[in-house]
Design a protein around this ligand. Sequence first.
Ligand SMILES: [Zn+2]
Length: 142
Amino acid sequence: MGLIDLASSNSLWRGIDYYQSKNVKKIKKISDDEYNSIVSGTEEYNVHIDINHPRKSTCTCPFAAGRRVICKHMVATFFTIYPEEAERIIKEEQEYEEAEERLFEEHLEEVKEYVNGLTDDEVRTALIDKLMDEWYDDDYRW
Ligand SMILES: [Zn+2]
């Protein structure tokens, strides 16, 4: 698995934020798949990433020190080296959010059409059913 696949969603998005804010100060290529960098956050951290063996990557931040985890500083370093990867992930997320919004709008229109077609009595009955369903679902009463 690649470094980005091993990162938690939190580390991924905070790393993208650090990449976009240009928090990665210095990058030094050690070999074809190893890089050292300095990333500024609360403090400046020394980061080493190993693209082929992501678990061997290290960072001096409290989150990653002494643990085999991928932190936001490693993610930011990775995206500074491979900006097209960051752009791809950001674009995918935007497309997903746009699709979700479209679904929401479509469903809202369907619900409006349905409710507008009901009589007052039907609206009252539907509202009572809905409120009772919520009461049942929220509190596990039975
Ligand atoms: Zn770190």
